[in-house]
Design a protein around this ligand. Structure first.
Ligand code: FAD
Length: 292
């Protein structure tokens, strides 16, 4: 079997370009629509596609939607998938069962996450932090494990410096790459990268970028993840909020400019949150493909 670990993609003299998608909800009415969108996104041939998962447990009963989509990308679309895996509501046996499913489908790359703590989710305690999950997965075999990081600091950490100390524990536990939370001001990323390097974190970092295409979507996302909106972006959203096509185009333009600057400044990877939109993913890809 040919193995493809995503860390091998970095340091080849080009910027790694990845796209993030989400699977259809279990029992959703039109999963085939999502699969058609995923196939179109895979057709852009990104370096890899990561597939989100719910925080509510490993959900291995009847097959996890994340595993199904990751398998589809790997075995049908022939694009390398990264399966997200959360542990806040899973025990070791459930994680092992999920790893077994991933192995059957030849998925080798995992983004190991704790998941948000949420009163609607019954917490389990085999894993307290994502670092515990990273360590556990690495003990199970030759998995490639990535971790999440936060240019503005994670919302539960008292400051960025403390969060970076915890991030160092996570990379020492066996993360070979990191993917950032979305951010809208590149200066935040550059400062974060400098501090991460000073903390001794030396694995490749991919920068998480989203195109703002709807006011509601971005407000929801920002309220969940705590990313700050710079004044020029807030102004842009206010100007176009009643004209969906104009807001979408302006959002794509803003994200394109952010990515172009990141590439010029030498970031190792771009992780584009496509929200399952082939239109937006294609526009972004077309705008930046010659820069990569
Ligand atoms: P951790 O690394 O465990 O960090 C969580 C908090 O604990 C931080 O404040 C950290 O500073 C602190 N901490 C860590 N270690 C220690 C320690 N040893 N002592 C004290 N404090 C410590 N969520 C989903 O549900 N599904 C997804 O698919 C998903 N995908 C994501 C993809 C990316 C790229 C990112 C950035 C986030 C994603 N999330 C997803 C959200 C993520 O689950 C939440 O942000 C969650 O709150 C934290 O997860 P983590 O893996 O970063 O946790």
């Amino acid at each position: 079997m040919i193995t493809m670990k995503i860390s091998q993609l970095y340091n080849k003299g080009k910027t790694v370009f990845a796209i993030e998608v989400f699977p259809p909800k279990k029992g959703s009415a039109m999963p085939e629509k999502i699969y058609a969108a995923l196939e179109e996104i895979a057709g852009l041939n990104p370096d890899y596609i990561s597939v989100t998962c719910g925080a509510g447990g490993s959900d291995s009963q009847g097959g996890s939607p994340t595993v199904q989509v990751a398998s589809f990308l790997k075995n049908v679309c022939k694009v390398e998938p990264v399966a997200h895996l959360t542990c806040v509501a899973s025990d070791k046996q459930e994680v092992s069962d999920l790893l077994a499913q991933l192995k059957i489908h030849r998925v080798e790359n995992i983004l190991a996450l704790r998941g948000d703590i949420n009163p609607d989710i019954r917490r389990k305690h085999d894993f307290i932090y994502a670092a515990d999950l990273v360590r556990f997965i690495r003990e199970q075999g030759h998995w490639e494990v990535a971790g999440a990081c936060y240019p503005e600091g994670h919302s539960e950490a008292d400051c960025l410096e403390t969060d970076l100390k915890h991030l160092k524990i996570k990379t020492d536990a066996g993360c070979s790459t990191l993917i950032t939370q979305v951010f809208f001001d590149n200066a935040l990323l550059y400062s974060f990268l400098d501090k991460a390097r000073e903390t001794g974190i030396d694995v490749p970092v991919s920068a998480g970028i989203i195109a703002v295409t709807s006011k509601k979507q971005i407000e929801r996302m920002v309220s969940m993840c705590g990313a700050s909106l710079p004044p020029q972006l807030t102004k842009m959203i206010a100007k176009y909020e009643t004209r969906p096509d104009a807001l979408r185009d302006a959002g794509i333009d803003y994200a394109t400019r952010q990515i172009a600057d990141l590439i010029e400044q030498g970031v190792q990877g771009i992780h584009f949150y496509a929200m399952n939109s082939p239109y937006v993913a294609r526009k972004i890809h077309d705008n930046i493909k010659d820069l990569l």
